[in-house]
Design a protein around this ligand. Structure first.
Ligand SMILES: [Cu+2]
Length: 112
Protein backbone atom coordinates (compact mmCIF):
# COMPACT_ATOMS: atom_id res chain seq x y z
CA UNK A 1 0.00 0.00 0.00
CA UNK A 2 1.37 3.41 -0.87
CA UNK A 3 2.05 6.06 1.76
CA UNK A 4 -0.50 8.38 0.21
CA UNK A 5 -3.26 5.86 0.64
CA UNK A 6 -2.44 5.53 4.34
CA UNK A 7 -2.52 9.27 4.77
CA UNK A 8 -6.01 9.66 3.39
CA UNK A 9 -7.95 8.22 6.37
CA UNK A 10 -5.81 10.30 8.71
CA UNK A 11 -6.66 13.50 6.89
CA UNK A 12 -10.31 12.53 6.90
CA UNK A 13 -10.21 11.91 10.65
CA UNK A 14 -8.64 15.30 11.37
CA UNK A 15 -11.21 16.97 9.16
CA UNK A 16 -14.12 15.26 10.91
CA UNK A 17 -12.91 16.08 14.41
CA UNK A 18 -12.53 19.69 13.37
CA UNK A 19 -16.19 19.77 12.38
CA UNK A 20 -17.21 18.33 15.75
CA UNK A 21 -15.57 21.05 17.81
CA UNK A 22 -16.86 23.78 15.52
CA UNK A 23 -18.79 26.53 17.36
CA UNK A 24 -22.56 26.07 17.17
CA UNK A 25 -24.40 28.42 14.84
CA UNK A 26 -25.67 31.43 16.79
CA UNK A 27 -29.06 33.02 16.34
CA UNK A 28 -29.39 36.80 16.51
CA UNK A 29 -32.57 38.58 17.61
CA UNK A 30 -33.44 42.23 17.97
CA UNK A 31 -35.72 43.29 20.82
CA UNK A 32 -37.26 46.73 21.16
CA UNK A 33 -37.80 48.15 24.65
CA UNK A 34 -39.24 51.64 25.07
CA UNK A 35 -38.10 51.65 28.72
CA UNK A 36 -34.39 51.95 27.93
CA UNK A 37 -33.29 55.43 28.92
CA UNK A 38 -29.74 55.51 30.25
CA UNK A 39 -26.50 53.56 30.57
CA UNK A 40 -27.73 52.18 33.87
CA UNK A 41 -30.58 50.52 31.98
CA UNK A 42 -27.98 49.02 29.67
CA UNK A 43 -26.17 47.50 32.68
CA UNK A 44 -29.42 46.12 34.13
CA UNK A 45 -30.38 44.54 30.83
CA UNK A 46 -26.98 43.05 30.12
CA UNK A 47 -26.78 41.57 33.61
CA UNK A 48 -30.21 39.94 33.28
CA UNK A 49 -29.73 38.51 29.79
CA UNK A 50 -26.13 37.36 30.23
CA UNK A 51 -27.35 35.29 33.19
CA UNK A 52 -29.27 33.09 30.75
CA UNK A 53 -27.66 29.88 29.55
CA UNK A 54 -26.58 29.99 25.91
CA UNK A 55 -26.40 33.78 25.59
CA UNK A 56 -23.14 34.78 23.93
CA UNK A 57 -23.49 38.47 23.22
CA UNK A 58 -25.76 41.35 24.28
CA UNK A 59 -25.61 44.78 22.67
CA UNK A 60 -27.83 47.62 23.90
CA UNK A 61 -28.49 50.67 21.76
CA UNK A 62 -29.72 53.19 24.34
CA UNK A 63 -30.61 55.81 21.74
CA UNK A 64 -32.66 53.53 19.49
CA UNK A 65 -33.92 51.50 22.48
CA UNK A 66 -32.94 48.24 20.85
CA UNK A 67 -31.30 45.16 22.31
CA UNK A 68 -29.41 42.74 20.10
CA UNK A 69 -28.88 39.27 21.53
CA UNK A 70 -26.77 36.44 20.09
CA UNK A 71 -27.45 32.99 21.52
CA UNK A 72 -27.19 29.23 20.97
CA UNK A 73 -30.64 28.20 19.67
CA UNK A 74 -30.80 24.84 21.50
CA UNK A 75 -30.08 26.52 24.85
CA UNK A 76 -32.50 29.45 24.85
CA UNK A 77 -34.96 31.32 22.63
CA UNK A 78 -36.50 34.71 21.95
CA UNK A 79 -39.47 34.14 24.27
CA UNK A 80 -37.23 33.27 27.24
CA UNK A 81 -35.15 36.38 26.64
CA UNK A 82 -38.26 38.56 26.39
CA UNK A 83 -39.69 37.18 29.63
CA UNK A 84 -36.34 37.72 31.36
CA UNK A 85 -36.45 41.35 30.28
CA UNK A 86 -39.99 41.89 31.59
CA UNK A 87 -38.92 40.35 34.92
CA UNK A 88 -36.04 42.83 35.02
CA UNK A 89 -38.57 45.67 34.70
CA UNK A 90 -38.34 46.36 30.97
CA UNK A 91 -40.82 46.02 28.12
CA UNK A 92 -39.72 43.54 25.45
CA UNK A 93 -41.31 43.91 22.02
CA UNK A 94 -45.06 43.34 22.66
CA UNK A 95 -44.53 41.95 26.18
CA UNK A 96 -45.18 44.34 29.07
CA UNK A 97 -42.72 44.81 31.94
CA UNK A 98 -43.40 43.35 35.37
CA UNK A 99 -44.75 46.36 37.37
CA UNK A 100 -43.11 45.22 40.60
CA UNK A 101 -39.70 44.80 38.95
CA UNK A 102 -40.12 48.25 37.42
CA UNK A 103 -40.83 49.79 40.85
CA UNK A 104 -37.59 48.26 42.13
CA UNK A 105 -35.48 49.93 39.44
CA UNK A 106 -33.33 52.90 40.33
CA UNK A 107 -35.10 56.24 39.95
CA UNK A 108 -32.97 57.18 36.96
CA UNK A 109 -34.30 54.16 35.08
CA UNK A 110 -37.99 54.92 35.51
CA UNK A 111 -38.76 56.59 32.24
CA UNK A 112 -42.53 56.20 32.33
CU1 LIG B 1 -31.85 53.79 33.05
Amino acid sequence: MSKQLLLLPLILLVFLSFNCVKQPQLETVMIHSAGIGCSHCEDNIKKAIYALEGVKEVNVDVEKKNIEVKFVPVQTNLQTIEITLTRAGYDANDKKRDPEAYENLDECCKHG
